[in-house]
Design a protein around this ligand. Structure first.
Ligand SMILES: [Zn+2]
Length: 422
């Protein structure tokens, strides 16, 4: 009987605590068994009244401490003392914190621990004197494998298996120059060997490196191995099984035989406009009307239309960083949404829009800004250097074998029955 009253009482307490969105843990007094020692942030939690909560919108450090029985003059002292380590005004709503309070009737706070992210934490300890400390939870890196088959999109394939969405992002980065992720086909599939980071062995806190990948697009398999080519500068990149880079260089010109008639020049003066500065943010390639214009790299057509001074133009997005644009076309040969490969004809030289003679004005966009393509450090498309090849091949051999051994039937089973692999 007595037991059930205690149980009910406990239930009410627990229930009311949840109402306040607070979790108060008091370590049970030992009956017969040894108490389980719970350690976190370098403190034995059993010795305290532990309150875990999250910063509310508009709530500040002072209010939190006051609620846990610290008086204002002391709060002020704590805030000043902590200032050099952490600006307590920067507590962000929604972030978790922990109060370690005295386990007596005063329930007075002694330690405040703030977690700006899942890995780092800040301790403000005012048990005796005031001191602050930054800490990091131990992060364990675990190597994992994943596979997937495309039904509709890459992100759907990733999400349907409860994999971290970052993997989709990373994969589209690795294959940015070789695969058009907006036009994947049903049945395209992938395998990955990657690192995932955990704290407390169970809480995932992010993805490390993708060590190796295999992507089959339109029945064309492409391997990718992450390899450090310069260990002192920590330069790494992805190469295929033949040590060739997965990147593609831009063509130097969108036209096969032509000459540059006007370069990118922000201080160009034009007599026609009264010698005023008219910045030229493109490179003009003069050629006869009707000469084919090529896309300088693989990408997706994001604009194909006629507009004012540009005339007929096409804009191609190559990846999240680069786009190119081709102006004054006589005729456009692609439409918005088309995927084009490097060298594909996208239109023909003309004189539409503002132009005095037949040419293509080639505009090069980097992160939304027009830049001079001849002054860019563009991605290198060089293969691995000869002197590194031997170590590269011996490095990738076991990784390739590991990838090859991930059965495709496993991919099919996983998708067919919706079994979530680890
Ligand atoms: Zn131009």
């Amino acid at each position: 009987m007595k037991k059930s009253i205690v149980f009910i009482l406990g239930f009410i307490l627990l229930y009311s605590c949840q109402e306040e969105k607070k979790e108060i843990t008091v370590a049970e007094p030992a009956v017969e068994e040894e108490p389980v020692i719970i350690e976190e942030f370098g403190y034995i939690l059993n010795n305290y009244l532990v309150i875990k909560d999250t910063i509310q919108k508009g709530e500040n450090f002072g209010e939190i401490l006051e609620r846990h029985h610290i008086e204002y003059p002391e709060i002020y002292k704590i805030a000043i003392a902590a200032r050099d380590t952490f600006d307590i005004r920067k507590l962000r709503a929604g972030k978790p914190y922990t109060i370690l309070a005295k386990k007596d009737s005063t329930a007075k706070a002694q330690v405040f621990i703030y977690q700006p992210n899942q890995v780092e934490y800040l301790i403000v300890d005012f048990t005796d004197s005031i001191h602050t400390k930054f800490g990091r939870k131990e992060v364990k890196v675990v190597e994992k494998t994943a596979t997937g088959i495309i039904e509709t999109s890459l992100s759907e394939a990733i999400e349907s298996q409860n994999l971290n969405y970052i993997l989709a992002h990373e994969m589209s980065d690795i294959y940015a120059w070789t695969i058009d992720f907006f036009h994947l086909q049903k049945g395209d599939n992938f395998k990955l060997i990657y690192e995932e980071k955990f704290i407390n062995d169970t809480i995932p806190v992010g993805i490390g490196d993708i060590k190796a990948a295999y992507f089959v697009h339109k029945d064309n398999p492409i391997y990718a191995f992450n390899f450090i080519t310069d260990s002192t500068k920590n330069v790494n990149d992805y190469y295929d099984e033949n040590a060739k880079t997965l990147r593609r260089q831009f063509l130097k010109s969108p036209i096969k035989f032509s000459r540059i008639s006007s370069r990118y020049n922000l201080n160009r003066r034009i007599a026609y406009y009264g010698n005023k500065v008219r910045a030229h943010r493109g490179t003009d390639f003069a050629a006869n009307v009707g000469t084919p214009i090529m896309s300088t790299a693989n990408g997706t057509v994001v604009e194909s239309r006629y507009k004012g001074g540009n005339g007929n133009y096409v804009k191609v997005k190559h990846n999240s960083t680069y786009s190119t644009q081709y102006l004054h076309m006589k005729k456009r040969a692609v439409k918005k949404g088309d995927y084009v490969k490097q060298g594909d004809v996208i239109g023909y030289v003309g004189m539409t829009g503002n132009t005095a003679g037949p040419h293509v004005c080639y505009r090069f966009w980097k992160n939304g800004k027009q830049v001079d393509p001849f002054r860019q450090k563009l991605p290198s498309a060089d293969p691995i250097k000869e002197n590194l090849k031997e170590s590269y091949f011996s490095y990738i051999a076991p990784l390739k074998q590991q990838l090859d051994n991930i059965p495709t039937s496993y991919i099919e089973t996983a998708v067919a029955s919706n079994i979530l692999p680890e």
